[in-house]
Ligand binder design. Sequence first.
Ligand SMILES: Cc1cc2nc3c(=O)[nH]c(=O)nc-3n(C[C@H](O)[C@H](O)[C@H](O)COP(=O)(O)OP(=O)(O)OC[C@H]3O[C@@H](n4cnc5c(N)ncnc54)[C@H](O)[C@@H]3O)c2cc1C
Length: 431
Amino acid sequence: MQSIFFEHPASTTAMAMLLPHCRSDTALACHTVIIGAGPAGSAAARKLAQAGVDVLLIDQHVLGRDKVCGDGLIPDAHQALQHLGLLDPVMARARQVTHVGCIGPRGGRVDVPGNLAVLPRKELDEILTRGAVDAGARFMASYRFEGVLEDASGRVAGVTIKHGDQSIEVRAQWVLLATGANSGPLQMAGLCERQAPSGVALRGYVRAPTLVGKIPNMEVIWHRAIRPGYGWIFPAPDDCFNIGVGVTDSHRELRNSKGVKKDLNLRTLFDAFCQHYAPAATLMREGRLVGDLKGAPLRFSLRGARWSRPGLMVIGEAAGTTYSFTGEGIGKAMETGMLAAAALVRAHSRDTLDDVQVRERYEQDLRQLQPRYDQYERANRINGTPWLVDLLIWRAQRSARLLQRMSGILSETSDPGHLVSLRGLKNLFLE
Ligand SMILES: Cc1cc2nc3c(=O)[nH]c(=O)nc-3n(C[C@H](O)[C@H](O)[C@H](O)COP(=O)(O)OP(=O)(O)OC[C@H]3O[C@@H](n4cnc5c(N)ncnc54)[C@H](O)[C@@H]3O)c2cc1C
């Protein structure tokens, strides 16, 4: 089993020695090259390597990079980690949580039960990438994706990556693009349909030993002062809390797909959140901010990019796999990585490129997920409608069935869109 980390390549000669499929000093080869070692890319790499596929995983950052995220692991993430055989190492480090507290603009609160956990992405993603390497994938850090290579027919035949002045061609039968929410790589691969993100969010880590146990649940807070967004406080390991604000529908789309940011400032929303939500104010007062507050874009609803082209598939948030309404996407990123890997493994076992079948199988799997994304898109109306949040919380405090339905949203057994449908609203008073 090979275990190779390239963080700072000393020389291309050393690389040629360590990578057996190298064709020359500035060209590498493998069966599948994956760009992006987040949850999507590492999950796909682990599955492919386990099936004996020669896979090369590449990221622009070194292992243990700090991804801006709320770090919440909802049931779909637990399931994906279980499929990957990595749930135990993740849970050994994560802060386990049993409820999400939903707090409405008028201060009402309901605690929704769920199988939840919080682990900073720095650690989660390192466990995932190491999991891929342990399975036999090769990993190259500090290389930036610059564009795709095409054969004479226009089929993608690899990628160009860059480290400093050094440019390398990686020839591959398949490319998986797992580059997350930034549209740049999608544009370079000719697959971007919408440059503007679907939402934006900002988070910070606060170390506050005196508050450990006092905020035991993940908390999501809606308040008029942070409309049309919401705030959160998630208890993390090591006496820390992840605190942040997020806004869906952050950009107006223009005809050229570029989009402009609406009149909102995440830093101002964050300050308003800390001013109006007492536990956030206490956290900031009693705790110590570790590092900076950082913002990042999100891409929702399986929209904004083509999912594939001959020789290439897009996985994870680059394909818009994050849920609208909640902004959760770690689980679905891993899930789509594994779906693409499954499509490739099938073709690999038959030793065929099988472009049409591989892509069709993957896209069909994504299409099956689409209705669920549409439900979240509908439910997203809740974020901009404070009275509806208050009503839902007020009813859930009195109805075990509604509370169960809200818990079912976390575990994907009930339809979040139903909460805002006419029938759903009527049921609020009947359940
Ligand atoms: C503030 C915030 C809070 C969030 N909270 C949650 C939450 O609590 N729970 C949840 O489930 N989801 C949450 N999300 C969403 C979640 O972060 C994403 O759904 C998830 O990270 C998607 O995983 P991915 O592997 O597709 O992409 P990413 O995790 O973004 O990974 C992409 C990788 O590609 C690399 N890359 C990008 N461009 C290049 C390039 N040109 N060359 C080489 N490498 C490149 C990056 O370095 C990165 O490692 C949140 C998002 C934000 C912004």
